[in-house]
Design a binder for this molecule. Structure first.
Ligand code: ACO
Length: 426
């Protein structure tokens, strides 16, 4: 196995070290490239650029593999709780019984939200998108929860606060948007049960916690818990690299996730399916538009930067969607439309040639609808699920002794130097 790649340029040679990951993936270490040669690399969108070494999540986009800390996501989705998965991602291993109990107690103890934070909600204009609100609220948390002084204790508490309070804040925002009383978290409920109860319990109609809904939410959150160096996680790492506080770094991740090409795709998929249901476009027309290079439209919930086969999360999501709707006796016309679109796309040479398959967002909205989550909250649901991953990635980057501030370079293509012209002479 080569330990170096030789770069030949201008009649000279440079030996660039080869880095091999634990699953055999390879990188050329170019960190000395500019100093030695004056060249930089250019890789818009970073499709070929590794930004870090990481031991959190492994993905193989060709084989459709996803593992958290080495454990296949399929096994976690089948057997683990979301809390265990969060612990695993953040601490690098599964908790034992005592550790899990202690983690649960900490989450419960930190699940209330400072009452003054509620005032923020009241002042957002009606109709504000919950992702914009969540991003602002998380950033504001730094002002409400002062530093403890002890760095390690502080970090554990900040991470726990985020996991516990973001869930409460998300449910609060829904209640406030409806003009309903806020429902407080209950220590006797699990992480997922608590969220559903805070969302849907009302004084006139107590929420009946259904096992199927809880299980669907647990699976949804586990499937979203981490996905290595995606757009929002990279935002968390890049912003965090300036040594900003964790709340601010997570807030930037939430903003990045909001975009329709990323986490916002779950809302965009439902909007696309609803448009077809309304009769304004047929499935065939939507497929034709997605293929038309003169139309910016893309088939939402299809395609992925890394997966060039079926996203393993989408496979689990699709199966769960079928089982959930059947067990809850729900007939959702959007599921039939999604199936029809998938069938048309997977037989179409454009989608085959471009390796475009359903991603995690294609069926997830139908799952969320079935458990009663409103469409504009879908990406917030993704954000709650992704929190453990963002926290784990931030922690890994801040613990890295070789950590540097993120600062890419560029190739300048603008004007050459010229003199300022006074306004009267222009
Ligand atoms: N519909 C139609 N064509 C597509 C789609 C799509 N959903 N996705 C990619 N393509 C085409 C592009 O037009 C391009 O075609 P060309 O090479 O003929 O010009 C080719 O496939 C490659 O596309 P890129 O944009 O270069 O691929 P990239 O890896 O940068 O994009 C992305 C990945 C953003 C996810 C893209 O597939 C997309 O826009 N999908 C729809 C939005 C979506 O579902 N996002 C959620 C992703 S999962 C997540 O973030 C949680």
């Amino acid at each position: 196995m080569d330990d170096f790649i030789t770069l030949t340029y201008n009649g000279k040679e440079l030996q660039l070290p080869v880095i091999t990951g634990s699953e055999g993936e390879k990188a050329i270490d170019i960190s000395r490239l500019r100093a030695e040669t004056g060249f930089i690399t250019l890789d818009p969108g970073y499709g070929n650029t590794g930004s870090c070494l990481s031991s959190i999540t492994f993905m193989d986009g060709e084989k459709g593999i996803l593992r958290y800390r080495g454990i296949p996501v399929e096994q976690l989705a089948e057997h683990a709780s979301f809390k265990e998965t969060a612990y695993l991602l953040i601490n690098g291993r599964l908790p034992n019984r005592d550790e899990l109990t202690q983690f649960s107690v900490m989450l419960n103890d930190n699940s209330l939200v400072h009452t003054d934070l509620k005032a923020f909600y009241q002042n957002f204009p009606r109709g504000s998108h919950p992702m914009g609100i969540l991003s602002s609220m998380v950033n504001a948390m730094k002002s409400f929860y002062p530093d403890l002084g002890n760095q390690e204790e502080e970090m554990t508490l900040t991470m726990t606060r985020l996991l516990a309070k973001v869930r409460t804040m998300a449910a609060m925002s829904y209640k406030i948007s409806r003009g309903h009383e806020i429902v407080l978290p209950r220590p006797d409920l699990t992480y997922c049960e608590n969220f559903l109860n805070m969302m849907f319990d009302t004084p006139v109609k107590p929420y009946e916690i259904k096992r199927e809904a809880v299980n669907a939410l647990r699976t949804f959150w586990i499937l979203h818990a981490d996905h290595e160096q995606n757009c929002s996680t990279s935002a968390v790492r890049v912003v965090g690299s300036a040594r900003v506080n964790l709340y601010a770094a997570i807030s930037s991740g939430i903003s990045a996730l909001w975009g329709p090409l990323h986490g916002g795709a779950n809302q965009a998929v439902i909007e696309m399916l609803s448009k077809i249901e309304s009769g304004s476009e047929s499935c065939a027309q939507v497929i034709a538009r997605a293929k038309d290079k003169n139309d910016p439209f893309r088939l939402m919930g299809f395609g992925h930067r890394v997966y060039k086969t079926y996203d393993p999360r989408a496979q689990i999501m699709k199966r769960m969607c079928d089982e959930l709707l059947e067990s809850m006796n729900i007939k959702d016309p959007l599921l039939d439309i999604a199936r029809e679109l998938e069938e048309l796309a997977t037989k179409d040479s454009y989608f085959i040639d471009h390796n475009l398959y359903p991603n995690v967002d294609f069926y997830s909205g139908i799952v969320l609808r079935a458990i009663g989550i409103p469409t504009n909250m879908f990406t917030v649901m993704f954000a709650i699920g992704r929190l453990p991953g963002w926290i784990a990635q931030w922690k890994e980057s801040t613990d890295d002794p070789n950590w540097k501030i993120s600062r890419p370079r560029q190739i300048y293509t603008g004007n050459l130097e010229y003199d300022y012209i006074p306004i009267h002479a222009r």
